[in-house]
Design a binder for this molecule. Sequence first.
Ligand code: DHB
Length: 385
Amino acid sequence: MKTEVAIVGAGPAGLLLAHLLARAGVSSIVVESRSREYVAARIRAGILEHSSVELLTEAGLGDRLHAEGDEHRGVYLQWPGARHHLDFVDLAGRSVWVYGQTEVQKDLVAARTAEVVYEVSDTALHDVTTDRPYVTYTDRDGRPGRVDARVVAGCDGSFGPSHASVPGEEFARAYPYSWLGVLADVAPSTDELIYAWHPDGFALHSMRSATVSRLYLQVPNGTDPGQWSDQRIWDALAARLGHGQDGWRLKPGPITEKSVLPMRSHVRTSMRHGSLFLAGDAAHIVPPTGAKGLNLAIADVVLLSRALVALLREHDTRLADSYSDDALRRVWRATHFSWWMTSMLHTSGDPFDAQLQLSQLRWVTSSRAGATGLAENYAGLDLAH
Ligand code: DHB
């Protein structure tokens, strides 16, 4: 097959790139190792920054988001005995939206703008330092396949083959804890997300809809979710989220999904090598605190689609040449913010750390400057930046 852009990976980064390119008249073919059903069912974070919502809306992908998503003005930050609301609209002029990555993925698939070959194996990238790169694979029936292109976009996450074709430095940070995440069929017990510091460990009350809650607990690395019965999970959430504090109650309900998420940070420089461009998790991973992963992928893809349209339509190389530096400025900002939120909220077991965290939380919730910093980073990063 021949196309202008060969895209590896049909997650939100790959499908959104195909969609934006198609709207500008640039052809692409996407190859994906998983099945359409597997990719669609993957559970990820559920918070869209203001600029992500704007972009999806402008790209014609916002109908269901606006009908079914939930706009939030801010979040609660709390620790034992205290709960404070930070109003992002007031502080930074921007809101965030609760709309699951799973739903964004469904909207991208429903748009049918991307030509996707699912369930390929042995995917390999070739000649990426020339202007005739190509991708080979084995299709689901065992037949060899090949996509010849002008450009390859690696949107295949941290386990895909693309990033290994980009030489450069890799910056990494592992965290000494994980999250146990659950989905529950119960109305959220809060109107906006609660980020809770607690001596037993961090807890987060998020949500997916009026009838589905998404909750997280800090757990040690290597935790087996099987050791956490539903009762143990609800008891820990109630303690850490402050059930009974000022009359607030956490309503438990049936847990429908339970899994452990590792916490790590990863940034690869550069995001480009010759005709190969990386976007999303293939180039960087953030720990989940602050929900930046999907938003970063969307921001990368916006920059990359503009760069590729200029390159392939007008033979203008400027945006392609600056893509990696442009994208990495935002990536490092979000990497710092995710690290900062993570470090402020997770218990390390060190009593000195605990006092620093509580002091930081009091400052962020009582100083307008402190609160504005958090709000700008959570809700307000500009796409163009
Ligand atoms: C969610 C995940 C996050 O990491 C976060 O900071 C907020 C919300 C979520 O899955 O809903």
